[in-house]
Design a protein around this ligand. Structure first.
Ligand SMILES: Cc1cc2nc3c(=O)[nH]c(=O)nc-3n(C[C@H](O)[C@H](O)[C@H](O)COP(=O)(O)OP(=O)(O)OC[C@H]3O[C@@H](n4cnc5c(N)ncnc54)[C@H](O)[C@@H]3O)c2cc1C
Length: 578
């Protein structure tokens, strides 16, 4: 197979020709190139198989194919069989069969079999009379319909697959634009065939394949803009493919920041901008909880509000601009004290060292314990994720559990798409837990209703959420309501068990720092320095905590950012005395 390289990296619409006779193949390509080579990419193949492989690759790269010319008499796969397979990949491409006079009967049959647009008798000389008018007409017809290329990352998956939902969330939170294709729909199936995941043995092309079919598909498949197909990729593989750093460049730093939410990003910006060799380590995607907020209205300097993703993406770029290394998909599982070095251990067994560490690990959503919820998580039940799933909620009845601002923001955001949004709140009123401005907004949106004194006691569904059992906490009455989507915003818990033997934590797992460590003026147990811990310093000198992970913290974006910046100032003070 030979192909004219795209100019300036931009893929032009292709015309593909396949003929097993190299001389004829070259002659067709030469004539096509002479007339169409400026505006189109001419791709030439010498067998049906290699032409199909070329089409698959082009499909994965998101390239367009306008016209396909196939010779009828090819040994392994004749032109009609080839065009039939090609239709599965590029159904809209116009099809021409090249035939000898003796084969016109077969060509006429092909009009029905593969919906042939034209057959051309060999030889086609002079092309000005026999070839170009045909191709011109087919190109015109093709251009008349909408075939915009999809240059961004494509995700093919099943609507109700938990892993597919996680991958979409991962890409969205890392600001990677992608387009979603349902594996049950024709274009999704075409991409799966091009990626080699779906074959004729693994399901038919009418939606019988997928998680429910007898041969389970390996989903999701993520197709990068370069045309690489990643089958069931892990987060780390995805991160590397989409250009996110995952490996530290050094063994030793001045400052390791653990956690990429507002506090960690704040620390990375100030640390790097003030000359510290800084690395930020994030387990999933930078942004933290704030990255999931549809609109932060109380952050200084944004009178019209700002989406959490926008704010934290800017912060990530700002940190990188100042030279901070930002690693994603790296889970920190241990912190060791080795003399004056602080060693941070990763889940894969590797480690890095630094003079100082800032813990900015925030909080994670608390899980709601009710029968059915665990099985249906990612299949209609979501913790957070309101931003990623919003489009799927169009015209659906959506339920949200939670009475705090995060639940209120999600209700306002989802009400733009959903048929109805019901906010389920355990307490007797919203005002107790939600900001006044949000309560006001919610009251003015007719599609949002609030059910107070209500809790979810069971979730039901085969493969995905179908209904919920709700219980009125005031009178004990329960009822089953149909529901396709349930979003849970029930507050967070710090996941700090890995720090249990290292720093002092409060009974709920939040890290205690500064003056809170002193009991009746005494220094914390094991503290050997002749000074008190600095304000955000933990019970281990040189290890600081900022943001929501800190005991008694404010649980706000602004305070998290502020603490990140302040922790860096204290890092300098610590380093001066080292
Ligand atoms: C939906 C929603 C809406 C909100 N809206 C507002 C609002 O409008 N205004 C407001 O002021 N506040 C709002 N908040 C609260 C605000 O987002 C948080 O207070 C803030 O994000 C806390 O920042 P943080 O950096 O301390 O922690 P987090 O944002 O929780 O970030 C912690 C990060 O650390 C990472 N991490 C944790 N453990 C590890 C580990 N072991 N290894 C590596 N990485 C780890 C996590 O993956 C996470 O990315 C909202 C919260 C939510 C959930």
């Amino acid at each position: 197979m030979t192909a004219t390289a795209p100019e300036n990296g931009t893929a032009r619409t292709a015309i593909l020709t396949v003929d097993d006779d190299p001389g004829v193949s070259r002659a067709v390509a030469r004539d096509l190139r002479r007339r169409y080579g400026q505006e189109h990419r001419i791709v030439r193949a010498e067998s049906g198989d290699s032409a199909l492989e070329a089409l698959r690759q082009m499909k994965l790269r998101g390239e367009l194919v306008a016209v396909i010319l196939a010779d009828y008499r090819m040994p392994q796969m004749n032109g009609i069989e080839f065009l039939e397979h090609a239709m599965d990949i590029y159904p809209a491409a116009r099809r021409i069969l090249l035939t000898a006079y003796a084969d016109t009967g077969a060509a006429i049959d092909a009009i029905n079999v593969v919906d042939l647009d034209h057959y051309l008798l060999k030889p086609w000389d002079p092309p000005e009379e026999k070839l170009y008018p045909v191709v011109d007409a087919l190109l015109d017809a093709w251009l008349g319909s909408d075939h915009r290329p999809v240059p961004e990352t494509k995700v093919v998956g099943h609507r109700w697959s938990a892993r597919c939902s996680q991958v979409r969330e991962f890409l969205a939170r890392n600001q990677v634009p992608y387009r979603w294709y349902n594996s049950d729909e024709p274009e999704g199936q075409r991409l799966l065939r091009a990626a080699g995941v779906l074959t004729d043995d693994s399901g038919d092309t009418n939606g019988a394949s997928g998680p429910e079919s007898s041969v389970p598909l390996r989903l999701p498949v993520v197709v990068t803009p370069d045309g690489d197909a990643l089958v069931e990729p892990a987060d780390a593989e995805l991160a590397a493919k989409v250009g996110l750093a995952t490996t530290p460049s050094k063994d030793f730093y001045d400052l390791i920041v653990i956690g990429g939410g507002p506090a960690g990003l704040g620390a990375a910006v100030y640390g790097a901008s003030e000359g510290l060799r800084t690395v930020l380590v994030e387990r999933t995607a930078t942004g933290g909880q704030a990255g999931q907020s549809s609109r932060i209205e109380n952050y200084l300097g944004f009178p019209d509000g700002v989406s959490g993703a926008q704010l934290t993406d800017r912060a990530r770029r700002q940190a990188a601009k100042f030279g901070a290394e930002v690693l994603t998909t790296r889970d920190v599982i241990g912190l060791d004290i080795n003399g004056s070095a602080r060693t941070v251990r990763f889940a894969d067994g590797t480690a890095i060292d630094a003079h100082t560490v800032i813990l900015a690990t925030g909080v994670s959503y608390r899980q709601l314990r009710a029968p059915g919820l665990d099985d249906l998580t990612g299949r209609g039940v979501y913790y957070g994720s309101a931003l990623t799933e919003a489009t799927a909620c169009r015209d659906q009845d959506v339920y949200i559990v939670g009475g705090a601002n995060s639940a209120g923001q999600a209700a306002v955001y989802l009400s733009r798409q959903a048929k109805s949004v019901t906010l389920l709140v355990r307490s007797p009123s919203l005002e107790q837990s939600m900001s006044y401005y949000l309560v006001q907004q919610i009251e003015q949106i007719p599609s949002i209703s609030v059910r107070t004194c209500t809790e979810v006691i069971e979730a039901h569904g085969e493969g995905h959420l179908e209904s919920l059992t709700l219980r009125n906490t005031a009178n004990g009455a329960s009822e089953i309501v149909p529901a396709q989507f349930l979003f849970l915003f029930i507050g967070g818990a710090p996941l700090t068990d890995w720090l249990a033997d290292v720093v002092v934590r409060d009974p709920r797992g939040f890290v205690v720092a500064g003056p809170d460590l002193s009991i009746e003026g005494e220094r914390p147990r094991g503290w050997q320095l002749d000074r008190q811990p600095y304000h955000l310093e933990t019970s281990v000198p040189g290890v600081f905590v900022a943001g929501d992970a800190r005991a008694e913290s404010a649980k706000r974006v602004a305070s998290a950012v502020g603490e990140g910046a302040m922790a860096v100032m204290l890092v300098h003070r610590y380093l001066e005395r080292l």
